[in-house]
Design a protein around this ligand. Structure first.
Ligand SMILES: Cc1cc2nc3c(=O)[nH]c(=O)nc-3n(C[C@H](O)[C@H](O)[C@H](O)COP(=O)(O)OP(=O)(O)OC[C@H]3O[C@@H](n4cnc5c(N)ncnc54)[C@H](O)[C@@H]3O)c2cc1C
Length: 425
């Protein structure tokens, strides 16, 4: 096995610190894993390292903040299992810790006969008893959905167009303050408990990883220091979001290496006519063959309306002044793509007017954008989360790649499984 290739300008250093668990990345996934390790292994040392000066600066703060019910995914997928269980855990956590959230419900609307058939299929798939199994749904409630007739649609959401033929109602969908979730997880990591300790090391970037007979030697650079620290960890969890593939690939044989297909999603904010009565999240039926859930309406906790995200593949583009720069030297490449794209505004407006005819397209304003860490190009159909874990050839190493939506909803359930799989002292 080799060290991280693109980071080899840092020579190997013998470790001068030792921890039990090291988690790379303080997005919602890494923080959830860190908090779960602290809860279940209070006598171990757990450190979460994050290259930015604050937690949750990348994808975890650039999403729709929707608690998904678990509607669209194949029954046997990780996404389905983690979304349903994660959603229940998320609501329970929000109630217990008074984290701002609201079970808004969600309506998926059909405006054509083929969309009615699509909703019918979706609804019947969600009646599968397996979804009530505790490994999916600890409450045993599965994914409750209801069919809504046209006149009921208008009663429930008066702004919907009269061309809406029927809708599927998801009573368990909602919204959450993702920053408050992450703050609560960080606090739990740092809480004093047991003989061990927990910390979140901010401004600390992983620059080299080497296998060791006792685990993994991870080198980090903190702040402006040019001298790396070397830490020996028994368990190493890579939850580095957009950078996860870059950290993992050099540790894998070539045939197992992954390719990132970064895909941007832009949001448009909206104030104006045609949405005054909206109280639920409103989604069209997804367009066959296209990634994403269609140009949908989401609400934030202050009641503001936004539409999106769209689907726009992006390539990592080298900065003009620094061609050939690799990601290690150019950790802010993703920030250059964060200006929301307006190119598809007219197309998005038409898609919205199909179910909300009263909106004024002129009032749609670019809001923000996020980048999905996808592992396949748009149009390739369903792609699951990828958890890379091979205890025989890479003991103690786990990488959480391709965590696009519903990663926020799934985070607490993913953390349970990660902790349960990692070796103990
Ligand atoms: C447009 C969009 C909309 C979405 N909407 C929803 C939604 O409504 N509901 C939902 O459930 N999910 C949604 N998601 C998915 C969800 O946002 C993600 O699955 C989740 O935020 C991923 O969290 P993460 O911790 O894996 O990644 P991130 O939040 O990206 O965190 C990774 C962290 O690793 C750090 N890092 C990287 N490399 C290093 C290094 N070398 N050293 C140290 N630190 C490093 C980064 O700085 C970063 O902070 C959406 C995603 C997108 C893009």
């Amino acid at each position: 096995m080799q060290a991280i290739k693109q980071l080899q300008r840092y020579a190997f250093r013998a470790p001068d610190q030792r921890v039990d668990n090291l988690v790379v990345g303080a997005g919602v996934i890494g923080l959830a894993v860190g908090a779960r390790l602290r809860e279940m292994r209070p006598d171990e040392t757990t450190v979460v390292v994050e290259r930015h000066g604050k937690i949750g600066q990348e994808t975890s703060s650039r999403n729709s903040e929707v608690i998904h019910a678990g509607i669209y995914y194949p029954l046997d997928s990780l996404k389905m299992r983690y979304c349903v269980r994660g959603r229940e855990l998320m609501y329970e956590r929000c109630e217990r810790l008074s984290i701002p959230h609201r079970k808004t419900q969600k309506m998926i609307v059909a405006t054509t006969k083929s969309q009615i058939m699509y909703l019918d299929r979706l609804h019947s798939d969600l009646q599968e008893p397996i979804l009530n199994d505790p490994s999916y749904s600890p409450s045993g409630e599965g994914v409750p959905t209801y069919f809504i007739l046209p006149n009921e649609c208008k009663d429930m959401e008066p702004d919907l167009g009269s061309n809406v033929l029927c809708a599927m109602l998801s009573t368990e969908s909602g919204i959450v303050d993702s920053h408050a979730v992450m703050d609560s997880l960080q606090a739990e990591i740092q809480e004093e408990r047991g003989e061990g300790s927990g910390s979140v090391a901010l401004g600390t970037k992983v620059v080299r990883i080497d296998p060791d007979k006792e685990g993994w030697v991870v080198q980090t650079i903190t702040g402006a220091s040019s001298q790396p620290d070397a830490i020996l960890t028994r368990n190493l969890v890579l939850s580095a979001g957009l950078s996860c593939v870059n950290l993992l690939n050099p540790l894998l044989p070539r045939h197992e290496q992954l390719t990132a297909h970064y895909t941007k999603g832009s949001y448009l904010s909206y104030k104006g006519p045609g949405v005054g009565s909206v109280s639920r999240l409103l989604y069209p039926c997804p367009e066959p063959g296209l990634e994403g859930l269609g140009t949908h309406l989401t609400l934030d906790l202050a009641g503001n309306v936004k539409f999106g995200p769209d689907v726009e593949p992006i390539a990592r583009i080298d900065p003009v002044d620094k061609p050939g720069m690799d990601e290690d030297q150019d950790q802010d490449w993703w920030e250059r793509h964060l200006r929301p794209s307006e190119g598809r505004k007219d197309e998005m407006a038409r898609a919205i007017q199909d179910y909300l005819p009263g909106i004024n397209p002129d009032n749609l304003q670019p809001d923000y954008a996020g980048i999905r860490p996808n592992l396949s190009p748009p149009g390739s159909g369903f792609t699951d989360f990828h958890i890379n874990f091979d205890p025989d050839s890479r003991p103690g190493l786990m990488a959480l790649c391709g965590f696009n939506s519903p990663g926020l909803t799934s985070s607490l359930a993913v953390a349970q499984d990660v902790e349960a799989s990692l070796p103990r002292n």
